[in-house]
Write a protein that binds this ligand. Sequence first.
Ligand SMILES: [Ca+2]
Ligand SMILES: [Ca+2]
Length: 401
Amino acid sequence: MSYRHVLPLMTLVVMLGCTSRESLRNLPEDNRKPLLFQLQEQDTSLEGQRVRTLLDFEHESDLVFTESEGPISLSSLAQTGQFSLQFSHSVVTFRIHSVLFSTAFPGEWTLLGAYARPQIDTSVQTELLDGETVLAQSRKTIPAGRWTFVGIDLTRRLAEIQSSKDKQFQFRVIFDASGGLATTLIDNVVLINNTRTLLDTRSNPIMGWVIRQQGYTTQIEAPGRFNIKALTPAAIDSGWVVSEYNSTRIILRSAKPVRTWVLYSDGRVIQDGQIRIHGSLETDVAAAHQTPAIVQPDETTVMLRVHTPGDSDNDGYNEVLGAYQLSAKGARIQFTLRPRTTSCVAPFFEISDLPPGVVTTTVEGRLIDSAERLSDGRVLLRLPLRVDRPMTVTVRSRPTP
Ligand SMILES: [Ca+2]
Ligand SMILES: [Ca+2]
């Protein structure tokens, strides 16, 4: 693969991938843009270790491989390079079998697609065909005025592609013409291999998991607890973007409809506030989620946050996140946990504003080492205890020597 092929797309990947994990936490802030498009922008799943450009429309000769129901030409408004393909009708088809040359298909590639830039927000269907037989298709909505990837997840229809009869592969893009189609641009028909492991902590047999992305799927596998696959916003409008992940928790969000999916590596999975327990985790965890304990803060050291989005009754336990919400006033905080009708089993606490340093937790003099410092500085603390009576918890952050 030549640099001419690699560099433009890698530049794009950097642009797409520059949003940090932390900054995704409190979306959406930008009310001018639909949440769907905000999530599409924050979806980093298309970051490709490898990209192979099949057509870049830098030369008139690329038009030879493009079939269309109307006139096509080159535009000087390009995603990369100097030119892109422009047209004013609904359907364009690219004869990719003619430009694969020695590239194995699908081979290592997980995605086939192109970057499109319509003048109105529009729904787009993409198809992979063998001759006129549709092998795979995908549909999503993309915004006006911004280059957006549209395409096919090759990994999901691998058998169909591999066993296809004629290998006369074509890639078709069908824009929804309702409302009229102004000039639409396409640049860079590409193959992407976006296979990557975000995190692998399986050396820990109790809480370990692996988070992978490939094609349009984010897979979260916690051996013995759950193995969950979520489609990304790059795939469909109802797709899930990864807005936080670490060895304890992953938070997925979707826009259409607006939903939150929170998975803890210990086996609790919470979708829009509804909890399910997987694996050998005690079912009392679910009862404690329904009837959380009362957190009584030592107010000189810590504040209970009762207005976080997802805390349905403003008691400081956030049902959507499955964690009590605290804000530290200094490097040492103390609070008392008072169970109500049910025991409080293995509760989670999210602590903001605790100064940097090594976190230690004691519950009635017993030292507990189960806090994780998140990349934005918050502390996620799990108390691996069954709390049947009021217990006082102390959390300290000590500066690293
Ligand atoms: Ca170009
Ligand atoms: Ca609550």
